[in-house]
Design a protein around this ligand. Structure first.
Ligand SMILES: Cc1cc2nc3c(=O)[nH]c(=O)nc-3n(C[C@H](O)[C@H](O)[C@H](O)COP(=O)(O)OP(=O)(O)OC[C@H]3O[C@@H](n4cnc5c(N)ncnc54)[C@H](O)[C@@H]3O)c2cc1C
Length: 129
């Protein structure tokens, strides 16, 4: 959300070119896609409700963790592009989030391992043997 907020602010306030053409520009499309993906990833909320009711399965949590971290990295990459060259500087929070997310995609189950868990859940085949 911080990457999205920063990209939205940057394209509206700091970038005169995108400010002028923001309705039709690639940045507006990027922002629309970002907020769509963020909203989709809020399946975590639904999963939280299931967990509170003791109905969430480990495979569902695997799917959500994998999807959400990947989505957050995609958002950070898109936000970085909206900021242009400034996106790689410490003046904006994007690269900090990207570095953090590159860690999160590995810990608490790697991207690949969660995919194997989801595959195992839907096929019943043990992918780890
Ligand atoms: C910032 C950070 C913090 C961490 N904090 C903790 C912590 O607090 N506690 C803790 O216990 N650990 C922690 N870890 C370790 C983390 O859980 C492991 O790095 C992670 O589980 C991957 O294990 P590995 O590094 O040994 O890689 P490997 O197991 O060697 O995997 C390397 C690559 O091969 C893939 N791979 C592995 N096995 C298979 C397979 N069977 N099929 C297909 N692909 C496979 C993986 O997905 C990965 O892409 C942390 C890691 C990081 C980066």
């Amino acid at each position: 959300m911080d990457c999205y907020d920063s990209a939205l602010r940057y394209s509206k306030e700091k970038n005169p070119i995108w400010k002028a053409i923001s309705r039709i520009s690639a940045s507006a499309k990027k922002l629309a896609e970002m907020i769509t993906e963020i909203t989709k990833a809020q399946l975590a909320w639904r999963l939280g409700v299931l967990r509170n009711e003791d109905r969430a399965t480990p495979a569902q949590i695997s799917m959500a963790k994998r999807n959400n971290v990947n989505m957050a990295l995609e958002i950070a990459r898109e936000a970085r592009q909206v900021h242009g060259g400034m996106g790689i500087t410490g003046e904006y929070p994007i690269m900090r989030h990207m570095m953090n997310l590159e860690s999160v995609i590995t810990y608490e189950g790697t991207h690949d391992i969660h995919l194997l868990i989801t595959g195992m859940d839907i096929t019943g085949e043990n992918a780890f043997k």
